[in-house]
Design a protein around this ligand. Structure first.
Ligand code: FEO
Length: 183
């Protein structure tokens, strides 16, 4: 091992051994898992964007790309938090997302269900923070709790619009035009 690396590792171990690691191993693992799930969300939404491009709903695809970018920022927010608390970020393999759907409606049903699932994951880490009396992580996670309310609301709003217009192509393209404005 290069000298620099061995000095740093020694110092890191000393830091941890002296109790300066400010999150528990269990919390570190839970946060690392969430980093992975946020990157998976980015991947899933990019896959949805790719599908929506194939059915010429370019505005829907743009909306999905912006959503994917947000998911990446969620992953990096937790990444930075783990580092700030003296933890170790461990990146695992990202699961391959589904690649095909049968309509824009089916895509948004899945977006909504996925966001509900993510809310459940965030809530489970909040429960862990409460159990461990980890106030800093609890506080950091409050941003995600609020964000999930918004994420679910946005997904449901588009899903309802698509449900209302059904298969009327003209109306679907109107929604497509509107969604394409998302920055
Ligand atoms: Fe990062 Fe859409 O949850």
């Amino acid at each position: 091992m290069p000298r620099y690396e061995s000095i740093i590792n020694k110092k890191t171990n000393e830091r941890c051994n002296r109790g300066y690691k400010m999150i528990s191993k269990t919390m570190e693992e839970a946060l690392n898992r969430q980093v992975n799930r946020e990157f998976f969300s980015e991947y899933l939404y990019l896959s949805m964007a790719a599908y929506l491009e194939t059915i010429s709903l370019r505005g829907f695809a743009k909306w999905m790309r912006v959503q994917a970018r947000e998911e990446r920022s969620h992953a990096l927010k937790i990444f930075e938090y783990i580092v700030a608390r003296g933890g170790k970020v461990t990146l695992g393999a990202i699961e391959a997302p589904k690649a095909k759907w049968t309509s824009a409606g089916k895509v948004f049903e899945e977006v909504y269900a996925h966001e509900q699932k993510v809310s459940g994951m965030i809530n489970a880490i909040v429960d862990l923070a409460i159990k461990e009396k980890d106030h800093a992580t609890f506080e950091m996670l409050q941003w995600f709790v609020k964000e999930q309310v918004e994420e679910e609301e946005q997904a449901l709003e588009v899903l309802n619009q698509v449900r209302i217009v059904g298969d009327i192509i003209g109306h679907l393209f109107y929604i497509d035009h509107y969604l394409g404005k998302r920055e």
